[in-house]
Design a protein around this ligand. Structure first.
Ligand SMILES: NC(=O)c1ccc[n+]([C@@H]2O[C@H](COP(=O)([O-])OP(=O)(O)OC[C@H]3O[C@@H](n4cnc5c(N)ncnc54)[C@H](OP(=O)(O)O)[C@@H]3O)[C@@H](O)[C@H]2O)c1
Length: 227
């Protein structure tokens, strides 16, 4: 069975990605920073729970050790866990603690976890890494405000480029996805309308790419977007 780990899978887009992967018969590790929430979501979507706080290096180390023991393999990693810590804050008057908090989860969390799981991913015949980024992190068309969120997602996209390049010869496909403006707890604050099923679908597409699929890309709904 193909094993997939989804971070921040207790609610929102992560939970829906986990549900869609389980529906495709993936063995889905449903992770959340709260153990009870991981268990509840895993039961609901048909996966297995894992406690994992991506902003905590010890938690990442424990999770990697646990996965190495059982199930002992990993084919797909979906770095979905994310926070917005400085919505609407001006770049001319930044809150540096909020920027650090965004980086800790959205960038360092995903980077540290990906590296910790590389030994397992490298053993897979079809390894895939998908990082859930945002159009707000695209530098080419970047606007103002929310500097912590924007910079953390731009850094996440840089991680995608770096790792996809270095792992290309090993067949590890590494991509970033923007889910669009999705009606979750995060998106609802701003009136998002896109159904969570549709936001998750583009991520699941990248998680289930064939071996000749793209790597080092940034996609929304299966279409390339500017980094
Ligand atoms: N919704 C949108 O319009 C939109 C647009 C572009 C990009 N995105 C990105 O899509 C991803 C999912 O967002 P969403 O809309 O589903 O948001 P959400 O409903 O707020 O869910 C965020 C998820 O991330 C988890 N999380 C936060 N910090 C974590 C940590 N340190 N360790 C593990 N899990 C953590 C949350 O867990 P708790 O329940 O414990 O807080 C929750 O499960 C994020 O990366 C977000 O930046 C969303």
């Amino acid at each position: 069975m193909t094993v997939a780990l989804v971070t921040g899978a207790n609610r929102g887009i992560g939970r829906e990605v986990a549900r869609q992967l389980a529906e495709k018969d993936y063995d889905v590790i449903v992770s959340a920073r709260d153990e009870d929430k991981a268990r509840e979501a895993a039961e609901a979507v048909g996966g297995r729970p894992l406690a994992l706080d991506v902003s905590d290096a010890d938690s990442i180390e424990r999770a990697a050790a646990q996965l190495t023991e059982d199930p002992g393999r990993l084919d797909v990693l979906v770095n979905n866990a994310g926070v917005g810590t400085d919505w609407g804050v001006s770049g001319t008057d930044p809150d540096f603690e909020a920027i650090q908090a965004a980086l800790d989860t959205n960038f360092f969390g995903a980077f540290r976890l990906t590296v910790a799981l590389l030994p397992l991913l490298r053993q897979s015949e079809h390894p895939r890494v998908v990082s859930v980024s945002s159009g707000m992190g695209g530098v080419a068309e970047m606007g103002g405000w929310s500097p912590g969120y924007r910079v953390s997602k731009a850094a996440l996209n840089a991680m995608t480029r770096i790792l996809s390049t270095e792992l290309a010869d090993e067949g590890v496909l590494v991509n970033s996805a923007c889910p669009g403006f999705v009606a979750t707890d995060m998106g609802n604050q701003f009136g998002a309308q896109k159904p969570v099923e549709d936001g998750a679908a583009g991520i699941v597409w990248l998680a289930t790419l064939p071996d000749n699929g793209p790597t080092g890309g940034f996609f929304r709904d299966g279409e390339p977007v500017a980094f």
